[in-house]
Design a protein around this ligand. Structure first.
Ligand code: 3EB
Length: 319
């Protein structure tokens, strides 16, 4: 494949200190309110989800020259092929307004700057399962995301970014970061699940995300949970939910390998981020992840009340 973005990612322990060099850093996510002394040209997404064992930074790099800037409230850094952006908004006029504004600014930025293909979006919002004005906040978020997609004439099905949407600590701002590309991204769906954008009405406004995406030789696996078809399975059983989630990720890797010409993705070379609803479930969840080399745990509420765990992953193909 001609595309060679040279995108690299790394989970760096806080104990290791700040990256020694920033020239090649596209952007960073920090967790749990950790402070990072980065130069102002590096976008930092401050994600307010408590780290459950090691705290770490998620660092994205490329081997290409970088340029930084701001578009509306989106802080970005870009190479010739890729752009990482971050936006954080307080909910002065409610979650719907903030989400729609954030997405409109993201779409305007990536369109204007010439990186229209969104590969992966990470979404964090407080009180995700709380109902206000008769609608759960996750559903308000979905409604607003759809409204922005429609306003920018973007697809609501099929060609939609891989994503995750998690609950952050109360009173934290809506925080979104994303990777966008000049070149097309390949969406991947899970044969074991109904596409989220085709969920039945009972789940509220349809969530516009794909189960995974392929960008060059990188596979992004969206937040994945214990859902088969469109239904939650193993309610109340965190061990079984973790196993089912891993079966879903296995199916996605198989599907990515079927679709992709990028080489071979495999479960044991992915890096995993695990969102745990109840910190006390960590030992049971961890005991199901003994085959995975790189796993980081965060405490976060998950977008359905009955889901106890959600797992995302990223990995590079090997030839
Ligand atoms: C699910 O499969 C679980 O709304 O962007 C996973 C990944 C989930 C992304 C999103 C939601 C999102 O429906 C929830």
């Amino acid at each position: 494949m001609a595309f060679e973005a040279g995108l690299q990612f790394e989970y760096v322990s806080l104990a290791a200190g700040a990256p020694a060099q920033w020239d090649d850093v596209l952007g960073v996510a920090t967790f749990d309110g950790a402070q990072l002394h980065a130069p102002p040209e590096v976008p930092i997404a401050s994600v307010h989800t408590p780290a459950l064992d090691a705290n770490f930074h998620e660092v994205w790099r490329t081997r290409q020259p970088l340029e930084s800037g701001r578009y509306a409230r989106v802080q970005f850094r870009r190479s010739a092929e890729l752009l990482l952006g971050s936006i954080s908004l307080t909910e002065a006029s409610g979650l719907h307004t903030a989400t729609e504004a954030a997405y409109r600014e993201i779409f305007a930025a990536v369109n204007e700057l010439g990186y229209p293909h969104l590969a992966r979006i990470w979404n964090y919002l407080p009180q995700i399962n709380v109902e206000t004005q008769g609608l759960e906040r996750y559903r308000q978020f979905n409604s607003a995301r759809r409204d922005a997609l429609i306003a920018y004439r973007r697809d609501l099905t099929g060609n939609v970014p891989a994503a995750c949407a998690l609950g952050s600590v109360t009173d934290s701002p809506l925080t979104i970061y994303f990777l966008a590309s000049r070149q097309a991204v390949t969406p991947v769906e899970n044969p074991r699940q109904v596409s989220a954008y085709e969920y039945p009405e009972q789940y509220g406004p349809k969530p516009a995300f794909s189960r995974a995406s392929i960008l060059g030789d990188i596979l992004f696996i969206s937040g994945t949970a214990s859902i088969v078809g469109h239904e939650t399975v193993h309610a109340g059983d965190v061990t079984a939910q973790t196993r089912e989630t891993l079966a879903n990720i296995d199916a996605l890797v198989g599907e990515a390998n079927r679709i992709s010409g990028a080489g071979r993705f495999s479960l044991d070379t992915l890096a995993y981020k695990v969102y745990v609803r109840h910190a006390t479930d960590l030992p049971l969840i961890r005991s199901q992840l003994h085959n995975q080399a790189q796993v980081l745990y965060l405490q976060a509420d998950i977008c359905r009340q009955d889901l106890l765990v959600e797992i995302e992953a990223v990995g590079r193909a090997t030839r």
